[in-house]
Design a protein around this ligand. Structure first.
Ligand code: ATP
Ligand code: MG
Length: 296
């Protein structure tokens, strides 16, 4: 069984793309065949995973609005083993308007992904910072949503609107859509504001909030400039370890939801648990360091 997860928050700069790229990369690293889908005209997931967006000839735009190319032709390999990409390019910005005239316009991404869904265990969709038709498509195509929440003053603002949108999509377009989880991003553990936001977000999302909190990390912010997921840029940095831990927590939740995992997954869980135990002192040290400083 494959699963489509859309990373979504209509607020700009909350860590959607960073989360989509790095969760996808670590899932692939864990042995799961994974497809990253960039449905944001900014094309940040495309460039961030190492594909030069100016060289992209056919893209998600063609998957949505052109019948000339099959979706399989649009998929490209990435530098990460088992991770493929459906890239985006600038022309996607026109799609929001062009989609309006199309029959069943909310379902076009779902149909496109449906053609390749069986080839992947996880499909991670990076969505734009709006609740327009592209995001509606991303939510209609998804089995679940991950919401990145930035640890900052107005963190929870807009979440009610997002949850209402998810509810509307569930009622009208995609009755099986679930909230997969909320991930707190860019945490500066030195500030009391950060701890306050983490607490408020956990009260708001309850058990949907991941235990793993992504720290603010210089290494994470510079990785897209190198066109690399953090796993290949600096795996041992605090940001690298945090996203690896998020992927582990994500996979653990999949396991506890009723065994939708493929045979290799339990092996990963075992290996990951071993690595986790081996790193306990290191993790303790990382937590101490996080309390002392922001960047790695
Ligand atoms: P948009 O809404 O524009 O699509 P987004 O929600 O996808 O933005 P990102 O692009 O992932 O957000 O992150 C916004 C900026 O913050 C980027 O420059 C990114 O490199 C940086 N960033 C993301 N996460 C972290 C982090 N944990 N530490 C430091 N910088 C980060
Ligand atoms: Mg983005």
């Amino acid at each position: 069984m494959s699963k489509v997860i859309t990373v979504c928050n209509q607020k700009g700069g909350t860590g959607k793309t960073t989360t989509a790229i790095n969760l996808a990369a670590y899932l692939a690293d864990a042995g799961e065949s994974t497809l990253l889908v960039d449905i944001d005209p900014q094309s940040n997931a495309t460039s961030g995973i190492g594909i030069d967006k100016t060289s992209v000839k056919i893209s998600i735009y063609d998957a949505l609005l052109s019948s000339r190319h099959s979706v399989r032709d649009i998929i490209v390999n990435t530098q990460v083993k088992r991770l493929d990409l459906i890239p985006s390019r600038f022309d996607l910005s026109g799609a929001e308007i062009e989609l309006v005239g199309i029959n069943k316009r909310e379902y076009v991404l779902r149909v496109a992904i449906g053609l390749v869904k069986d080839s992947y265990k996880y499909i991670i969709v990076d969505s734009p910072p709006s609740l327009g038709l592209l995001t509606v498509n991303a939510l209609t195509a998804a089995d679940s949503v991950i919401i990145p929440v930035q640890c900052e003053y107005y963190a929870l603002e807009g979440l009610t609107q997002l949850l209402n949108t998810i509810k509307l999509i569930k009622t009208n377009l995609n009755c099986t859509l679930e909230i997969e989880g909320a991930v707190l991003t860019m945490a500066d553990f030195r500030t009391s504001l950060c701890h306050q936001v983490i607490k408020e977000a956990r009260d708001f999302f309850q058990d949907k909030a991941y235990q793993t909190v992504i720290p603010r990390s210089v290494r994470l912010s510079e990785a897209p400039g190198f066109g690399k997921p953090i796993m290949l840029h600096d795996r041992t940095s605090a940001g690298g370890r945090a996203y690896e831990e998020l992927a582990r927590e994500f996979l653990q939740r999949q396991g506890s939801k009723g065994g939708t995992r493929e045979p290799e997954s339990p092996a990963y869980a075992k290996a990951s648990a071993g690595r986790q135990r081996a790193r306990e002192p290191e993790n303790q040290r990382a937590r101490e360091l996080e309390n002392q400083r922001v960047s790695d």
